[in-house]
Design a protein around this ligand. Structure first.
Ligand code: UD1
Length: 384
């Protein structure tokens, strides 16, 4: 039996972990034992617990309860807590997802005491090192032994950074193995798609009609914490809503909620408050989010996960960032980078509104990435 220690801590990781835990439960329960560590980076119930319940993620074995603080303090508390657990649990490898501070902490803690790191969602690059996530991705990839890239582009990025393509076992941090395996987020989108519509009544609850609303999410600190960018995004959304008589459904991340109170220019705040078509709601659960994504006319977001889910459900997407690590979306013409530029956002909306027959090429695999990853973990970490 292989023991893996999975570290998760932030909302997108709970979602990704659900796919691997499901594959272990269904097909690998006799070969892989998973120990789950929740760092406590996200701690509000609607940012954390709801995903465990809804997506049947096994309850975590440990919770480090680090909570919020500066990057340094938050990451340091995680490294120290994870190191202790690694020494106690002695896993065969550590599994990490994506690019959050929890990912970074896991990578540093494990690699320093020679526990092999498996990085899921490896190779993604925005080429913007002012994003904390970009630093986290690069450090984690370069500490890893097995690297699973969801896209061809991610795989190519790793080759460019010197990762070998045709190397042989045994794999180590100095002889790492890279794979292009598809996206476990796509596994989840397929798995939960039907169930979501049966289980969630979010459209009725907020009086939203299919095809008649825009879904928007904003949470990146460079948008929420910069009053000019924040105002520009909300002003654009307000104009799109009033000029087109469209509802804007807006599930609000805790950071955005604070910024709406403290950081939004008064004239924009007042205009938004006076617009009955702004539908503000608490953070959505995964099933609720899927229903919103499937039924909206268009998605506006600065989230990495949400821009991809828009693509999975064949919706055009306006991205409030200057660049994206999911370049395939932009290359396909179904998503556009507008940054926080009000004019560009409004123009992109008008273009998408009239665009017919968009093609969403199959670049995220076959919905079975999690099984592939489990097979490779078994091949590489089984006792000889
Ligand atoms: C993190 C990830 C980001 C991911 C996002 C998804 C990093 C560097 N970034 O950013 O890649 O896209 O999660 O949401 O790890 N807060 C609460 N309650 C919660 C969680 C957070 O109130 O349950 C507040 C905190 O006070 C904090 C803010 O939200 O001020 C941001 O939390 P943080 O842990 O920095 O992560 P995210 O911005 O969510």
């Amino acid at each position: 039996m292989i023991k893996i220690l999975t570290v998760i801590g932030a909302r997108p990781q709970f979602i990704k972990a659900a796919a691997l835990s499901r594959a272990i439960r269904n097909k690998f329960s006799e070969k892989i034992k998973e120990v789950i560590v929740h760092t406590g980076q996200h701690y509000d119930d609607n940012m954390s617990r709801v995903f465990f319940d809804e997506m049947e993620i096994p309850k975590e074995d440990y919770n480090l309860r680090v909570g919020s603080s500066s990057h340094g303090k938050q990451t340091a508390a995680m490294i120290s807590g994870i190191e202790e657990l690694l020494l106690k649990e002695k896993p065969d490898c550590m599994v990490l997802y994506g690019d959050t501070n929890s990912t970074l902490a896991g990578a540093v803690a494990a690699s320093k005491i020679h526990v092999p790191v498996v990085h899921i969602e490896a190779g993604l690059r925005s080429f913007n090192k002012s994003m904390p996530e970009e630093i986290n991705r690069i450090v984690c990839d370069h500490c890893s032994t097995l690297l699973f890239s969801p896209t061809k582009k991610g795989y190519t990025n790793l080759l460019r950074e010197g990762f070998p393509e045709f190397n042989q076992r045994p794999f180590t941090p100095d002889n790492p193995k890279i794979y292009h395996c598809g996206d476990i987020m796509y596994d989840n989108a397929l798995y939960f798609s039907q169930l979501a519509e049966k289980k969630s009544d979010i459209l009725t609850k907020y009086n939203l009609s299919t095809g008649a609303f825009v879904l928007a999410t904003i949470h990146r600190d460079n948008n929420t914490d910069d009053p000019e960018r924040f105002a520009s995004i909300f002003s654009a959304l307000n104009k799109i809503s009033t000029e087109n008589k469209l509802k804007i459904a807006l599930p609000i991340h805790p950071r955005t909620s604070k910024a709406l109170q403290n950081n939004l220019r008064k004239d924009v705040y007042d205009a938004m408050k006076a617009n009955p078509n702004f539908v503000l709601m608490p953070p959505a659960s995964f099933l609720e989010m899927i229903v919103l994504e499937k039924n909206c006319m268009l998605v506006c977001t600065d989230s990495g996960g949400v821009q991809k889910e828009a693509f999975f459900f064949k919706k055009p997407c306006i991205i409030f960032r200057p660049e994206t690590e999911w370049v395939e979306l932009v290359e396909s013409g179904t998503a556009v980078l507008t940054d926080a530029d009000e004019k560009k956002i409004i123009y992109a909306f008008s273009q998408f509104r009239n665009k017919k027959n968009m093609v969403f090429p199959p670049v995220f695999g076959n919905g079975r990435a999690a099984e592939f990853i489990c097979e490779e973990i078994v091949k590489n970490f089984s006792p000889t």
